[in-house]
Each structure stands twice: as structure tokens, then as C-alpha cells.
Write a protein that binds this ligand. Structure first.
Ligand SMILES: Cc1cc2nc3c(=O)[nH]c(=O)nc-3n(C[C@H](O)[C@H](O)[C@H](O)COP(=O)(O)OP(=O)(O)OC[C@H]3O[C@@H](n4cnc5c(N)ncnc54)[C@H](O)[C@@H]3O)c2cc1C
Length: 379
């Protein structure tokens, strides 16, 4: 066992920290308030190699381990979770899914531009009537020989407008239930694809979340990922790794709020002394530090298991449920440490508190994570 980060990990941490401080912090409040998609910043993130961190260099990626990804996600999420979600979806759901299960042709055509960040991708599973219960897909992909015809609506799609490529989960054979589901690569500019209005969200407001409508969209058969009927498994396997990214995002949101609370507690005076000298504040900081450290260890453990090709399904669910609940508690307490100043935008902690909530919802709610964990416990 080794709790030390390597030289390479430390370099990635510094690069991500500098990027967040220099490129994200200056405009983060405005982007949140006006729901501005951080296009310019996403481009810079691509230049730094953050959009395909774990992808093999032969497909345009950085060839890094999942620990590096957790480290970078934490640093970027400390400042702007609205952009780290773009990074998370592109890395964990789109690039990883294509690299692991795609054909060589699909990798050449789609993975290379996605991993280099020339374009971004989106993962389209949720529907108006299918969220936690992802088996009840109403979007259909009817087999027409050499192509599929896709009809239906996907909801809450991150990168919905900015992405050039969608990975779409759809039902081909209803009689086979979840074994009749397929995963298809759909280019955004295909005829019949319509992007709905941008969602006006509580948090991660800079990210572009949209519903996507598919009407008689023709998708060539060579764009199916895996064997016929592999789509549901594809989605579940991809989301198991995606949870590590979201756990790391939650960790970053928590540690960003914690760092701000520590700094503020040393400056703000009440009753003739810095509030950091009041034990009630000290204990809040102690609880934050404890839970954040535990979250970080859980993220690293899940990432390490993934890198060792061991089963990480339970570990990623544990990391996500714990880190996301830590993010909610920590950000709420960070607002409390700031008093009235915590309630206004300039001090950042109110945004982090709003951003934290989504980590308990997407890529499997906290309740769904507990289902995953308890299934492993009782197996
Ligand atoms: C900002 C944002 C971005 C998103 N990005 C994407 C994306 O890029 N791609 C994508 O496909 N989806 C995305 N989603 C969708 C997200 O994954 C779903 O919202 C989530 O899975 C929950 O589904 P739901 O909203 O339908 O809630 P429901 O499934 O309707 O759940 C409602 C409540 O019931 C609980 N519940 C449901 N079933 C059970 C059960 N068996 N036991 C106990 N409790 C249960 C849930 O935990 C929740 O508390 C995004 C959502 C948001 C808000």
C-alpha cells in the first residue's frame, strides 16, 4: 500500500489547479448566473488533455490512470462543477465506452476527435419516463437491415447542445426486455435530431443540459456499439465507471467549499477574535476535513480497482454516495461558516452548495447507489 501521489500525479494536480484558478475562477460567477456554456474554457481544457485523460494515446488520449482523472476532477470541481461535468461525461461515459466496447472503425472515426477534445460527446440514457428505472426505455431503434430508425425523446442530456456525437440507448426488441436494448452512435447533425431548450437548473448552470428529440433518425448499423442487445449492459458498465468521475466531482465541490471556509474563518472576527478561535467553528472544519479525506480515499480506491482491472462496481457506488453526501453537508456548513456573506454570490460557497445537490442525483441517485451496494453486500 502506498498513500503517496507519484510525481506525475502531482504534476497533473498542479496543472488542473492552475487551470482552475487562472482560467475558470475569473468568470465562474457570471457563467453560473447567466447559464453561459464555457466553450472557450472547454477548448483550453482540451488543449491540456483533460477531455480524454484515460484514453490510449493511439486514439488521441493521455493514457493516464483513473487516479489522475480523480485528481484533475477534484481540482477543477473545486472551482467550477459546471465545466467538470463536461469533462466527466466526455471522459468516463463517452470515451471510455467507445474505447472499451467500440469497433476499430468507430474508434478511428469518433474516439480520436472526442479524446483530443476536438469535439465533445453526450450520453443519452434518461427519458421523461425512464430515469432510475433505465430498463423502461421508450425510445425505439427499429432494425431495418443495414440501419436503425430511431424515434423518441431523451431528457436531461449533459452536453446536449454542445456535443457533436451522442451515444443513444434505445429499445430494439420489446419482447426481450432489457436484452433488446441497443447503444448507437448518433451524429448530432443527422436529419431528424432536434435539441430542446436549455434547462434552467439549480446548479452546474454553465453546463448545457437539454432534452433531445429523435424523429425517424437513420443510424447505420455500423454505429451500433457491441452485439445486438448489448445496449443496457453497455450503459450499466459505463455508468459504473462514470460514478468515479461524479464522486470526484463531489469531492472537489466539498474541498473547494472547505478551503474557502478555512480561509474565511481566519479572517472574520466576531466577539473580538477570529471566528476560527470559536470551537463551534473549529468542529465544523474538523468534520469537513474528516469527511473530505474519507471521500478522497474512497475515490482513490475505486479508481485503483478500475486501473487494476478488478471489480469496482460496489466501490464506485460507495465513493459516489459518500462523496456526494459529504458535498451536501460540507457546502451547507461552509455557507454557515460564512454567515450572511455565505448567502451571496461573491463568496462562491452558495454556488458550491447548489452545485453539490446534483451529485446525489445524476449517474444514479443516492438511493440507486444504495441498491447497488446492498446487492453486492447480500450476494
Ligand atoms: C443536470 C442533470 C444532468 C443530467 N445528465 C444526464 C446525462 O447526460 N445523460 C443521461 O442519460 N441522464 C442525465 N441526467 C438524468 C439523471 O441521471 C436522472 O435524473 C437520474 O437518474 C434520476 O432519474 P429521474 O430524474 O427520472 O428520477 P426517478 O427515477 O423518477 O427518481 C425519483 C426518486 O425516486 C427514487 N427512486 C427511484 N427508484 C427507486 C427505487 N427502486 N428504490 C428507492 N428509490 C427509488 C430516486 O432515487 C429519486 O429520489 C441528468 C440529470 C440532471 C438533473
Amino acid at each position: 500500500m502506498d498513500f503517496q501521489l507519484t510525481e506525475e500525479h502531482l504534476m497533473i494536480q498542479k496543472a488542473a489547479r492552475d487551470f482552475a484558478k487562472n482560467e475558470l475562477l475569473p468568470g465562474v460567477i457570471e457563467r453560473d448566473e447567466k447559464m453561459i456554456y464555457p466553450a472557450e474554457q472547454v477548448k483550453k481544457m482540451a488543449e491540456l488533455g483533460f477531455l480524454g485523460m484515460m484514453t490510449d494515446p493511439k486514439y488521441g488520449g493521455g493514457g493516464m490512470d483513473t487516479i489522475s482523472y480523480v485528481i484533475a476532477m477534484e481540482e477543477i470541481s473545486k472551482v467550477e462543477a459546471g465545466i467538470s461535468v463536461v469533462m466527466s461525461v466526455n471522459n468516463s461515459l463517452v470515451c471510455w465506452g467507445l474505447e472499451t466496447f467500440g469497433t476499430e472503425e468507430q474508434k478511428q472515426k469518433y474516439l480520436i476527435p472526442l479524446a483530443t477534445g476536438e469535439i465533445t460527446g453526450a450520453f443519452c440514457l434518461s427519458e421523461p419516463e425512464a430515469g432510475s428505472d433505465a430498463t423502461s426505455q421508450r425510445t425505439t431503434a427499429i432494425d431495418k437491415g443495414d440501419h436503425y430508425i430511431v424515434n423518441g425523446t431523451k431528457n436531461w442530456i449533459t452536453n446536449g447542445n454542445s456535443a457533436s456525437v451522442y451515444l443513444v440507448i434505445a429499445q430494439t426488441n420489446t419482447e426481450l426486455g432489457h436484452r433488446g436494448i441497443n447503444a448507437l452512435i448518433v451524429e448530432k447533425d443527422t436529419e431528424g435530431v432536434t435539441v430542446g431548450a436549455k434547462e434552467n437548473k439549480m446548479g452546474i448552470r454553465a453546463s448545457d443540459t437539454h432534452s433531445i428529440m429523435f424523429q425517424d433518425v437513420v443510424v447505420p448499423k455500423e454505429n451500433r456499439i457491441g452485439e445486438d442487445g448489448f445496449g443496457f449492459k453497455f450503459a450499466m458498465k459505463t455508468l459504473a465507471g462514470g460514478r468515479i468521475g461524479i464522486a470526484a466531482q463531489a469531492l472537489g465541490i466539498a474541498s473547494g467549499a472547505y478551503e474557502l471556509a478555512v480561509a474565511y474563518s481566519k479572517e472574520r472576527k466576531a466577539f473580538g477574535t477570529e471566528i476560527a478561535n470559536h470551537q463551534a467553528i473549529q468542529f465544523k472544519l474538523a468534520d469537513m476535513a474528516t469527511e473530505i479525506e474519507a471521500s478522497r480515499m474512497l475515490c482513490f480506491k475505486a479508481a485503483w480497482l478500475k486501473d487494476q482491472n478488478k471489480d469496482y462496481n460496489m466501490a464506485s457506488a460507495i465513493a459516489k454516495v459518500f462523496a456526494s453526501e459529504t458535498a451536501m453537508r460540507t457546502t451547507t456548513e461552509a455557507v454557515q461558516v460564512h454567515g450572511g456573506y455565505g448567502y451571496v454570490k461573491e463568496y462562491h460557497v452558495e454556488r458550491l452548495m447548489r452545485d453539490a445537490k446534483i451529485t446525489q442525483i445524476y449517474e444514479g441517485t443516492s438511493e440507486v447507489q444504495r441498491i447497488v451496494i446492498s446487492r453486492s453486500v447480500l450476494r
